[in-house]
Design a protein around this ligand. Structure first.
Ligand SMILES: Cc1cc2nc3c(=O)[nH]c(=O)nc-3n(C[C@H](O)[C@H](O)[C@H](O)COP(=O)(O)O)c2cc1C
Length: 300
C-alpha cells in the first residue's frame, strides 16, 4: 500500500502543463508545476519529483488482484480495475458491493472501480465438440505437475493429496499465501464434493477461475447475462490455449457480443483509461492549486 501511494504521488509530481518545451521563449519547464513529494514512511523514503512528465492518462490505470482482507483494503484504496474470482453473478455482485462500500469510506465513487472476474473458455462449434476439446486438453495435463501446483496453492505436502479422495478435512488458510485462489479452490472442491482428480480437472490447470465450455452462442449468452445483472463489468479472459483459443473467441464470440450491443465496434479514445471509461485523476498539486485559487476568488 505504501509503495502504491508513493508511485501515485510521483505520478502527480508533474502537473499537467509542466512540460512547456518552447524554443522561442527558451522555456523547457514550468517549475511551479513540478513538485517534490518528500515521502518518508516505514518502507520508502522518496523525495521526487519523478524523472518523466505526467502520463496522458493522468495516472496509468491501476489494476489490482487479491481478495483477502488486506487485498480488499488495498483495492478499496487504489484499484481502478480488479481481477477477481467469481463463480456466480451473485458472488461477483457481493464482492463488488464490499469493495465499493470500503472505497466510499475513502471518498471514492462507485464508478471509479471496475470488476473483471477471470473467465476461462473452451469453445467448440457444437457443445459436443467443445466437450471433446476439453477432454483432449485434460488428457494432455501432466497429473504430477497439476498435483504439485495444487499442493503449492494449498501450502501442504503433495503426499497429503490422494487423487481419488476429497481434499483433507483440515486445511488452514495460508497466512502468507494467495488467499483468494486458496478460497476459490477449496470452495469449489467442498461445494461439489470433488475428489482431487476431479478438482484438478474442474480447475482445468487454472487456479479456481470459472470455466465455460460451449459454443460461441452459449458463451456470449453467459457473458451477457453476467454483464446485464451487474455480476461483472468485463472479464479477465483466459482462453484454454494461446493463441488459437483467443482467436476463436475474437472471431466467433465477439461478433455475437457486438450484435447484443455490449461490445464496442471501435475505440472512441486513445488510452486504456479511455477504453475503460474511467475518470482521469486530477493531480493532487493541481487540486490544491485550484482549491486555493477558489478561496482567493471567494475572498476577492
Ligand atoms: C484473480 C487474480 C489474478 C491475479 N493475477 C496476478 C498477476 O497477473 N500477476 C501477479 O503477480 N499476481 C497476480 N495475482 C496475485 C495477487 O496479486 C496477490 O499477490 C495474491 O492474490 C495474494 O493476495 P490475496 O491473499 O489477497 O489473494 C492474482 C490474484 C488473483 C486473485
Amino acid at each position: 500500500a505504501e509503495f502504491t501511494a508513493v508511485v501515485k504521488a510521483l505520478w502527480d509530481s508533474w502537473e499537467d502543463g509542466a512540460l512547456i518545451g518552447d524554443r522561442a521563449t527558451a522555456r523547457f519547464l514550468d517549475l511551479d508545476r513540478l513538485h517534490a513529494i518528500d515521502h518518508a514512511g516505514p518502507y520508502y523514503k522518496v523525495r521526487g519529483p519523478l524523472n518523466v512528465p505526467r502520463s496522458a492518462q493522468g495516472h496509468p490505470v491501476v489494476l489490482q488482484a487479491g481478495g483477502s482482507g488486506d487485498g480488499r483494503h488495498l483495492a478499496a484504496l487504489h484499484a481502478e480495475a480488479i481481477f477477481s474470482v467469481a463463480h456466480t453473478p451473485e458472488e461477483g455482485r457481493a464482492f463488488a458491493a464490499d469493495i465499493r462500500s470500503r472505497a466510499a469510506k475513502f471518498g471514492r465513487g462507485p464508478d471509479e472501480i471496475l470488476f473483471l472476474p477471470g473467465l476461462s473458455t473452451v469453445i467448440g462449434g457444437t457443445e459436443a465438440e467443445a466437450r471433446r476439446r476439453e477432454e483432449e486438453l485434460w488428457d494432455l495435463l501432466p497429473i504430477d505437475y497439476a498435483l504439485g501446483r495444487l499442493a503449492g496453492l494449498l501450502q501442504i505436502d503433495q503426499e497429503r493429496l490422494a487423487l481419488d479422495r476429497e481434499l483433507p478435512d483440515y486445511l488452514p488458510v495460508p497466512i502468507d499465501g494467495m488467499q483468494t485462489f486458496f478460497g476459490a479452490t477449496v470452495h469449489v472442491a467442498r461445494r461439489d464434493r470433488l475428489t482431487v482428480r476431479q478438482l484438478i480437472r474442474k480447475l482445468g490447470g487454472s487456479t479456481g477461475h470459472r470455466q465455460l465450455v460451449g459454443t460461441p452462442e452459449q458463451i456470449a449468452d453467459d457473458i451477457a447475462a453476467w454483464f446485464e445483472t451487474g455480476g461483472a463489468d468485463g472479464f479477465n479472459l483466459m482462453p484454454d490455449v494461446l493463441p488459437d483459443g483467443l482467436e476463436t473467441f475474437a472471431d466467433h464470440v465477439v461478433p455475437l457480443l457486438r450484435r447484443k450491443g455490449i461490445f464496442r465496434d471501435g475505440y472512441e479514445g486513445q488510452t486504456l483509461r479511455d477504453h475503460f471509461a474511467l475518470p482521469r485523476p486530477v493531480g493532487r498539486f493541481t487540486a490544491a492549486r485550484e482549491a486555493s485559487l477558489g478561496q482567493a476568488q471567494q475572498i476577492a
